[in-house]
Design a protein around this ligand. Sequence first.
Ligand code: MIC
Ligand code: SF4
Length: 639
Amino acid sequence: MNVAQKLISSHLVSGDMKPGEEIAISIDQTLTQDATGTMAYLEFEAMGVPKVKTKLSVSYVDHNTLQTGFENADDHRFLQTIAAKYSIYFSKPGNGICHQVHLERFAKPGQTLLGSDSHTPNAGAVGMLAIGAGGLNVALAMAGEPFYLVMPKIVRVTLKGKCRKGVTAKDIILAVLMRLTVKGGVGKIIEYSGDGIKNLTVPERATITNMGAELGATSSIFPSDEQTNAFLKAQKRGTDWTEIKPDAGAIYDEEIIVELGKLEPLVATPSSPDNVKRVKEIEGTPVRQVCIGSCVNSSYADLMLAAKILKKHKVHPDVSLAISPGSRQALRMITENGALSDLVSAGARVLECACGPCIGMGQAPATGAVSLRTFNRNFPGRSGTAGDQVYLCSPLTAAVSAITGKITDPRDWVKGQGSRVKLPDKFIVDDSMIIPPAKKPEKITVERGPNIKPLPVRGALEESLKAKVILKTGDNITTDDIMPAGAKILPLRSNIPAISEFVFSKVDSTFPSRAKSSGGGIVLGGINYGQGSSREHAALAPMYLGIKIVLAKSFARIHKDNLINFGILPLTVPSDVYDSIAQDTELEFPHLAKDVRESSGVAFIDIKTGKKYKAEHGLSERQRKIVLAGGMLNCVKGK
Ligand code: MIC
Ligand code: SF4
């Protein structure tokens, strides 16, 4: 068996491990972050379980940290008190980004982790099977339920040789994205192997597994080896280590080889992470903002690398350099060894340890300005500026370009010096900002601010339906398109009626009013509909507006699950059907519930032309029940 199969088989609760079949696995650990966590804990609370049944559950506050009103601070209080009550560890705002802190302090080889954030596979760097999911799935895992997924194909990515100076882990994953694209990983686990992995430290591996989310992959994973052991020992967690390697002759469903020695510094150009070019091709492009941080590139080593480059230099007069350390541990390490001083002397603006600019929580770039970021996503408008020009690169390329003021190949800068940072023998370990669960949970009162509104639910799936196509979209629609984030909208995550006013606001701001005045309706999407984040708000808020069905050429994994969980029926249609249905077309589904119940296809008619169509639902027996009941919450209540 390969590593992924070993982890799946040791956690298999039901199903056959054949790619494409539905399986269920038990979950050892969960993580949530604040932007998805409030909903997840409201859902968990509604399940009436006295305490979490996982081995470990951690609640992080890292997204909604800009407190411009009471909303975010209220959510933080809610999250802290509910964590104390239900046996959940609580990582306070300022302690760091969930994925970074989880890797440092909790991730464990051989275990499973389900997180309400799409970059949860970051923890795959230590040989953990880490998967992103909607908050409701994470709530169910906390209540002791298994996690259901389609058995993925396992893709071996063999890394051969060594990167040349100036080429980093970020360039490796950008090279994979260039080959596989943002939909190339759907239904797959990416497992890394080959002699090239021996040299990669755990934080470098995490950069690679983190951005597997941009491939649409179910997860990404490295074996647990001596590098893993060294990292865990340096985190004073040596006892958490176990060796996990693929068996000799392990079988994979697909294979890809990456020759590390042939790689060059790469950059994802606006506005998709797979729009990858060689830095050389766009060298000289003037840059106005550089941001170093986000869960993919904010480790101690990443910050040290930037500090090494920036030492004794000044940030270019036309560039604003923002640095958001991934964790308090990383920040303390660079504070105590003086590297922070090098960054500040160079002219960096140092932000708190949080997601920050990555999710549009401040640092929106100027109009038309090129923003060069070490982040993982550059979806249109995600930075907070309409028409933004966000480029994604390594911390090395970012630091060098911050000095020159233009996109610059870092290889000329690192000649004669190393372009990697050695893993320290010991990290500074101080878990004082991680609050353990209360010893007397019965004494805890959960604090709820006025912005926290109850969860909306819908009734059972309609027996028949007549509805209008409210919006027709193109391919690769992201959850940032469906339910945008950013400093203005994120504080409404606990308030579905309020946040639903922003559904598709960047694509078509009339969507919410048109959906409501039509009494709900249908969305028609292209390929890979719903790629990107795990936010269930991208299903919950459209459901609140009355969206009953999404017809699309294909779906991203997490979003499809979220649609099902909230009672929106995902149906796939071939290209010719997509082409022949226009926005505003009125469709009729004469036996909607019956078709879902009894067949794999759903029939529908164009009311005006009388043209007949068929769409596939591809749902398992379990998923059919959820959709027919009008969503998972109705099913759970039934239990
Ligand atoms: C993201 O990077 O898009 C987010 C914000 O972390 C999301 C979660 C969310 O929308 O709250 C994700 O990746 O799942
Ligand atoms: Fe936070 Fe950005 Fe990572 Fe999402 S991708 S968890 S917003 S740092």
